[in-house]
Design a protein around this ligand. Sequence first.
Ligand code: G3P
Length: 216
Amino acid sequence: MQFYIDTANLDQIKEMMNWGVLDGVTTNPSLVAKEGHKDFHEFVNKISELVYPRPVSCEVISLDTEGMVKEAEEIHSIRENVVVKIPCTKEGIKAVAILSQKKIPTNVTLIFSPMQALVAAKAGATYVSPFIGRIDDISSDGMKLIKEIVEIFENYAIETQIIAASIRHPMHLVEAALIGADIATAPFSVWQKVFNHPLTDVGIQRFLEDWKKLQG
Ligand code: G3P
């Protein structure tokens, strides 16, 4: 499973790149707004340069096909690793089909049902992003959605990659990996939790204490 960070914070990306385990980045308009990146094209330029050649998903805000395609062409022309994030609407799917013909990579976002994922794949999406946490938030089973999409894509050898998104805690990562999601994208706070375990800390402390005893 590939590890993506879901953030528009460049320092968090730099830190996870330093860990040597980062495969890509996803952003969305809320994350960009949270970091105050007012000039979107400047932000896309900075983030795509920082993570290159890893892919970075940047989202369009138009709601009509024509507007989405125009925005997509503009942001993808900034750097080749910019993947265009498109919401899963009828207009969005039409845009994905056009962008697929133009060889512009897309990440279809806000996916909450298996058929949304299948229709996005049929239109030629490079990635689909089912949102696990937001389904759990409404007392439903987000992970079941990942399971169903994985099974459907396997049935038809569909190449579109599945990004388990809206991840809230490390167990979401474990379950996504067990099911076989191609990618998991999670906030920095979740990735930080993954690399620590109290027994690892206690173990190191004991090893060092025993080593010191040996030295006298
Ligand atoms: O970026 C898409 C997705 O990961 C958002 O997650 O936590 O806002 O539901 P969340």
